[in-house]
Design a protein around this ligand. Structure first.
Ligand code: FMN
Length: 305
């Protein structure tokens, strides 16, 4: 997730367990083949066999509307070590749309097909090419056409955020709207949207029929959610993380961020994370209130330790 889940967060969250894969923030492709440093900055895991330190594969995500440019950049990402390529047809951003990328492409299933097919042909057959879309731009009318276009173009998997672009991020995600897509597709369909607690996961599976889900904001506001889902599916004891364990995860993640980013930015990211944690963890409300006006990282860490 752009500006929220970078390699430090991927390392932290996958260390808790439960993840089969994760996806980078999107890399925007306009026309040129981007330099290697852009891919390495977005996915430092490229230097570690494309995996987080816990061994979870990191799929590299591209966003753009030009099939040839997308294919050339996918090839470069694979040469650099990306274990799989994901294509973003979900981003609602106006800046992105002006350059023709993200959810605006869902108005043209033929173009969606051309992008996925061209990328698929460009990279080695052993490298999975996957896609992520919303139900549509203004409405769901083309949801099935887009899903079938993505499958016909050779995608290995499709993730659908169960909202249109117009619906933004407003709850509720419409999991039931995924069921007809799942029935029509032969490739795995992964459900996404508003899975913030274990109960949400079970409701989503029931409504959509999808066996797999992708976590978005729930990964951050409930750091052990993926592990809880895995444990629930294996009939194991569910082990939610307690607030102390979450605090030490936050502190160790910040310490790693400090090696990469200026203090001001780390403080901003820390506040962002604590703000998101408040929903699932009531203790977070008190801590967030206490650190809200702090600007020095050491002061915030003291509150957390
Ligand atoms: C701040 C922010 C950044 C995001 N960045 C990306 C991104 O880079 N790539 C992507 O596929 N989805 C991105 N998303 C969308 C999420 O992956 C997810 O599809 C969406 O938030 C719905 O899931 P949720 O309700 O569980 O959060 C982003 C969402 C947010 C809120």
């Amino acid at each position: 997730m752009e500006g929220v889940i970078d390699h430090h967060m991927r390392k932290a969250l996958t260390s808790v367990g439960g993840y089969d894969a994760c996806v980078t923030e999107f890399i925007r492709i306009t026309d040129c083949c981007l330099p290697a440093k852009v891919f390495k900055r977005t996915s430092p895991e490229l230097a570690q066999q494309g995996q987080t330190p816990s061994g979870v594969p990191v799929i590299l995500q591209l966003l753009g509307g030009d099939p040839e440019a997308m294919a050339a950049n996918a090839q470069r990402a694979v040469q650099l070590g990306a274990p799989a390529i994901d294509i973003n047809f979900g981003c609602p951003s106006k800046i992105v749309a002006r350059k023709m990328g993200g959810s605006v492409l869902l108005k043209e299933p033929e173009r969606v097909h051309a992008i996925v097919a061209t990328v698929r042909k460009a990279v080695d057959a052993t490298i999975p090419v996957t896609a992520k879309m919303r139900l549509g731009y203004e409405n769901d009318a083309l949801a099935l056409d887009n899903a079938l276009a993505i499958e016909a173009a050779g995608a290995a998997e499709l993730t659908v955020h169960a909202r249109t672009k117009i619906e933004g991020y407003k709850p509720p995600a419409r999991w039931e709207a995924l069921a007809p897509l799942r029935e029509a597709l032969t490739i795995p369909l992964i459900a996404n949207g508003d899975i913030n607690r274990l109960e949400d996961y079970h409701h989503c599976v029931e409504a959509s029929g999808c066996k797999s889900v992708m976590l978005g904001r729930g990964a951050i506001n409930n750091p052990s959610l993926a592990r809880q889902i895995k444990q629930s599916n294996h009939n194991e004891t569910i082990e939610p993380m307690n607030w102390r364990a979450i605090n030490s995860l936050i502190v160790s993640t910040c310490e790693q961020m400090e090696t990469d980013y200026p203090q001001k930015y780390v403080v901003m990211r820390l506040k962002q994370w604590l703000a998101m944690l408040r929903g699932a963890h009531p203790e977070g409300q008190h801590v967030f209130h206490e650190i809200r006006r702090m600007e020095v990282l050491a002061d915030i860490k003291e509150v957390l330790t």
